[in-house]
Design a binder for this molecule. Structure first.
Ligand code: ADP
Ligand code: ASP
Ligand code: MG
Length: 409
């Protein structure tokens, strides 16, 4: 039995007309004799609407109930899409996370997939030709519904592709592939034909929401090729796969940005051994993702500690650290929500110097002030005032000639 896995995002299933277009994409492999697993997101805007309801109902909504609530978005789109397919005489059914089942840990709101029962899915595929699986959701060991974090349907799709050992997972979205930067923000952005897992991981973790980071981790771990392409055209998209020689020739392959960031500063922290662990261990226990960390040189045994967290995690971060104020021993906590990260990404950076200085010069020429800097082997990230995000992205895209796709010989 040959099984094709296709995932369609929120804009692709947002109304009847779009779902009809999705249906054409799904019927193609079906008519060629394949079984198809279709993974769907909620209709665009629905997850935000449901999260808004939770906030309206409660100041501190129970995370398990929030997951139970937001998972309904995918349930709606899957049931509706299965109805459309049935009308075409296709043997199909909708499959919710707990029915697949997609097993996860119990970290509500950002659960991680622990197992997928491949035999159950294959059993269903004996009876049905197309399974319409709800993305974004799973269930924990207690049978409670969990969700995988924003954009989590990508991860559902790749994990399902890995579980049934499909060679390719097709991710259909509202842009024709992965671009050198967000094509909706920079009209010069250019589609990339092939990108390595590692670069895609960096782009996703730095804010290129075209793929959720966990989906790329899964793809890399289980060697699933991901094809990102448009629901609304037939052109080939971007292949996310293992690194090859050609990829290394490119010094900078993309610019990513993330506006969902916040900067937290602890002022006058005692500069003693163990202080960093005292600050960051309790945050890690709450699964708060701390990224850039800067500690100033100490003066009179006191230092300032600055770091970034996702904006959604600001409240729990402040709550956790305020509780530990006397234990950690700091004077004041300040937070800034008006920041954004802009990152330059490229595997070729490993072997080339000068990328950082070129980026800093380009930003300086546009009077964009850099608040924090962090680097990895294949990435440079600058934290800036969020009102300069578009300017910074366009400036860096131009500085590295990304619209022309220049290679370093
Ligand atoms: P879906 O609903 O299909 O999952 P998303 O909105 O999650 O779609 O992701 C697609 C969006 O990602 C695009 O509309 C685009 O604005 C944004 N994006 C950000 N960076 C990039 C990039 N480098 N390449 C392509 N799209 C990007
Ligand atoms: N519906 C979820 C979200 O909006 C999951 C997804 O679209 O991938 O984040
Ligand atoms: Mg998405």
């Amino acid at each position: 039995m040959n099984i094709v896995v296709q995932k369609f995002g929120g804009t692709s299933v947002r109304n009847l007309e779009c779902q009809r277009q999705v249906m054409q994409k799904v019927l193609r492999p079906y008519r060629e004799g394949n079984k198809v697993i279709v993974v769907l997101s909620a209709m665009s805007g629905e997850t935000n609407r449901l999260l808004g309801l939770a906030e309206e109902w409660s100041d501190n909504p129970d995370p398990a109930e929030v997951d139970s609530l937001v998972s309904t978005g995918e349930q709606i789109s899957c049931a509706l899409f299965a109805m459309l397919l049935k009308q075409q005489g296709v043997k199909c059914r909708s499959v919710l996370g707990f029915q697949a089942p997609v097993k996860t840990d119990c970290c509500y709101g950002k659960a991680r997939i622990t197992a997928i029962d491949e035999s159950r899915l294959k059993g269903m595929l004996q009876e049905y030709d197309i399974l319409v699986v709800a993305g974004f959701q799973g269930c924990d060991d207690n049978g409670r519904i969990t969700t995988l974090g924003r954009g989590g349907s990508d991860t559902s799709a790749v994990a399902l592709a890995a579980a049934i050992k499909a060679d390719v997972c097709e991710i259909y979205t509202d842009v024709p592939g992965v671009f050198t930067t967000d094509p909706n923000l920079c009209s010069d952005a250019r589609k990339i034909d092939r990108v390595s897992y590692d670069e895609m991981l960096e782009m996703a973790s730095m804010g290129a929401k075209v793929l959720q980071i966990r989906s790329v981790e899964f793809a890399k771990k289980y060697n699933v090729t991901v094809h990102v392409r448009s629901t609304f055209s037939d052109e080939p998209g971007t292949i996310v796969t293992q690194e090859d020689e050609n990829m290394e020739a490119v010094m900078v392959s993309g610019i990513a940005y993330d506006k969902d960031q916040a900067r937290i500063t602890l002022i006058h922290v005692k500069d003693n051994p163990g202080v960093s662990a005292q600050i960051f261990s309790p945050l890690a226990e709450k699964k708060i993702l701390v990224d850039m960390i800067v500690q100033n040189p100490s003066k009179d045994g006191l230092t300032d500690m600055t770091f970034t967290v996702p904006r959604a995690d600001v409240k729990p971060t402040i709550k956790t650290l305020e509780k530990l104020k006397y234990e950690i021993g700091y004077e004041e906590l300040s937070s800034n929500l008006n920041v954004a990260k802009v990152s330059i990404i490229g595997v070729g950076m490993r072997n080339h110097s000068g990328v950082a200085s070129k980026a800093f010069r380009a930003l300086a020429d546009e009077n964009v002030n850099i608040l924090m800097i962090s680097t990895s082997e294949i990435k440079i990230t600058c934290l800036i005032d969020d009102k300069y995000t578009e300017l910074a992205v366009r400036t860096l895209h131009k500085a590295f000639n990304l619209e022309e796709g220049k290679h370093i010989e």
